[in-house]
Design a protein around this ligand. Structure first.
Ligand code: NAP
Length: 320
């Protein structure tokens, strides 16, 4: 099979398209013919070798994909050959024509969800779901600011928050991104590259502040987020690419709080709950992953460059 293989940590050039043996499922494992692979920012941090999770070399990147079950190992009852599935983490890596997974890592892909969309489920929707359901409790009518709403996690957050009855404020850095965020359910949109947008956000809340912030770039925004909070407001740090300084008094005076997590730290029980919620949302049309760009698997290097550039528009997906 064709697969992307990384033999040494480094820039996008270390992603090599190679011909390697197709794996065979052992007991409890599932072999999936991957049709689409979700590219996530963490794939690039991991490839650099500077990420908290460091795979042993060589490795095939990717936790997110969608396709069809090719074969199952002994004792697998959840799926059978021919079933459409999305994968959430794998044993052998999703940037490949076939990926080996554990039985617990495959989930049904409803008929109306394309493989491209299915490749954009786990990391983006798992993250947004955990933030809004498990990390803190949110109530209908609360105001959420999705700071970085045009990308994979942001769009997922907008759709879930809107379905929960929150008042959704979303930011993007381009007109196209702003239109997408509005189309997917944000009540108000703001351009995070325009001076004065934070004041505009505060004005939109009638000066009261926001109840919740989902923050995609905490190293840039966390200090300002705290100043935007309403009483008992919460910031959930989802993404950060460096250090930041904050004024603790901004939290103290509001009785506010900062929460943070990585998907790698979730428990099995939390993951099980998340997938039950995600499959239901995909089935009933609440969750509609947006694929902004599809590239062939062989263009993984380009995808790794573009995922870190401004101008996000949903997901970048590789077709295998
Ligand atoms: P993505 O698809 O590349 O989207 C990035 C988002 O950040 C876009 O909406 C982008 O907007 C926005 N952004 C750019 N500059 C910004 C600024 N100054 N202020 C606010 N937002 C800004 O990435 P993603 O998959 O959504 O992930 C977002 C971040 O969360 C990444 O850093 C990722 O590593 C992290 N993450 C963490 C977890 C976790 O477990 N904690 C899970 C998933 C993702 P424009 O392009 O429109 O400017």
């Amino acid at each position: 099979m064709k697969a992307i293989v990384v033999h040494e940590f480094g820039g996008p050039e270390v992603l090599k398209l190679e011909e390697i043996p197709t794996p065979r499922p052992a007991a409890g494992q599932v072999l999936v013919r991957i049709h689409a692979v979700g590219v996530n920012p963490y794939d690039t941090y991991m490839r650099n070798g500077a990420y908290a999770v460091k795979p042993s070399l060589p490795y095939t990147p990717g936790s997110d994909g969608a396709g069809v079950v090719e074969a199952v190992g002994e004792g697998v009852h959840k799926v059978k050959p021919g079933d459409r599935v999305y994968v959430a983490k794998t044993v052998t890596g999703a940037y490949a024509e076939y990926a080996l997974t554990l039985e617990s890592q495959v989930h049904p892909l409803p008929a109306q969800i394309t493989y491209g969309q299915g490749a954009g489920v786990w990391v983006p929707y798992g993250t947004a779901y955990h933030a809004l359901y498990q990390c803190t409790s949110v109530r209908a009518g609360e105001i959420v600011l999705i700071h970085g709403a045009s990308g994979g996690v942001g769009i997922a957050g907008v759709q879930i928050a809107r379905a929960l009855g929150l008042i959704v404020l979303g930011t993007a850095g381009t007109e196209k991104g702003l239109e997408l965020v509005k189309r997917e359910g944000a009540h108000h949109v703001f351009n995070h590259t325009k001076p004065g947008y934070l004041e505009e956000i505060l004005k939109t809340t009638g000066g009261m502040g926001v109840d919740l912030v989902l923050e995609m770039l905490a190293n840039v925004n966390l200090g300002q987020d705290l100043k935007l909070l309403a009483a008992r407001g919460r910031v959930i740090v989802i993404g950060s690419r460096g250090d930041v300084s904050i004024s603790p008094r901004d939290i103290m005076t509001r009785r506010g709080s900062i929460h943070a997590f990585t998907l790698w730290g979730l428990t099995e029980a939390e993951e099980k709950e998340i997938h039950a919620g995600l499959v239901a949302g995909l089935e009933n049309g609440t969750l509609r992953p947006v694929v902004g760009k599809e590239l062939p698997l062989g263009e993984a290097r380009r995808a790794h460059k573009e995922i870190l550039e401004p101008g996000a528009f949903g997901k970048i997906v590789l077709l295998a």
